[in-house]
Design a protein around this ligand. Sequence first.
Ligand code: GLV
Ligand code: GLV
Length: 326
Amino acid sequence: MRKILVTAPIPAPGMDILAAAGEVELLALDHDGLAERCASGEYSVVVSQLRDRFDRELLASANISGISNYAVGYDNIDVAAATEHGITVANTPGVLTNSTADIALLLMLSTARRVIEADNFVRSGAFTGWEPELMLGTDVSGRVLGLAGFGRIARATARRALGFGMTVQFCPRPPSDREVTDGELGEFAGRVQHVSWDELVTTSDFLSLHVPLTADTHHLVDASTLRAMKSSSILINTARGPVVDEVALVTALREGVIGGAGLDVYENEPRLAPGLAGLPNVVLLPHVGSATVSVRSEMARLCAENAAAMANGAPPPHPVNSPVPM
Ligand code: GLV
Ligand code: GLV
């Protein structure tokens, strides 16, 4: 039986589930190494991380039947090419929805209320007592949240924002639009407003991104989008870095084109655009949307169950494509 290739250890119970399904080989690989291993014919399934890039060329020479990505997003994999080559791709949906929405709210609150600056202020010993105008921020309650996207994480963010007394509007598939039925609105019918991308950009106090990274969403927020936003507005990105032109964002933040940004993801992760880290009006997190002990454990379980199924020639519980077996 062919082995399961694992490019980074995943939390419990992931490795045990994998070990019960077949022989596991754990190897940290660069892109060439990954391509070579995938082509070798030694492995049925690869358990991959977002940093493992499965491009068209790698997939064309790959002799594997499945890829189980340890993430909900799969922009590191050319899924169309995988499908053409009979390779099933699986992900870990659902389990990280709430934790990522928590991070979106956390970034909104901490950027608006200057939490990092304030914390540094106290730690540095500069706090000498209550002051009428110390560390004044901007309101979250009563403000308008614009959601780019209306998938699971956007909805979980909407639920939280409504609890904070925000007005919530969304554009389901920016930069274009699509119909949203009452059934899809569900609990949000009458509580959130469906608007165009233009309206979302120009009228939101907080613009929070919840779109997958695709050719359509690459640089969705560029210099012209930033110019169209309110000068007081705050951009939140818990989705994927390249959805924002990060160099343009640094310029916009420096020049007061927008008010601030809370980011969990970066265009060239883990590198930051020059100047970003020096700005006072940003809160920067190291891609931790799903980073709780229980969520990472659930992701590991789903990821390992996907891999185990594929290693046994069965469809995974959470496929993102359905290729015809070759
Ligand atoms: C993390 O970014 C994920 O896609 O799970
Ligand atoms: C992510 O999985 C989403 O649907 O927002």
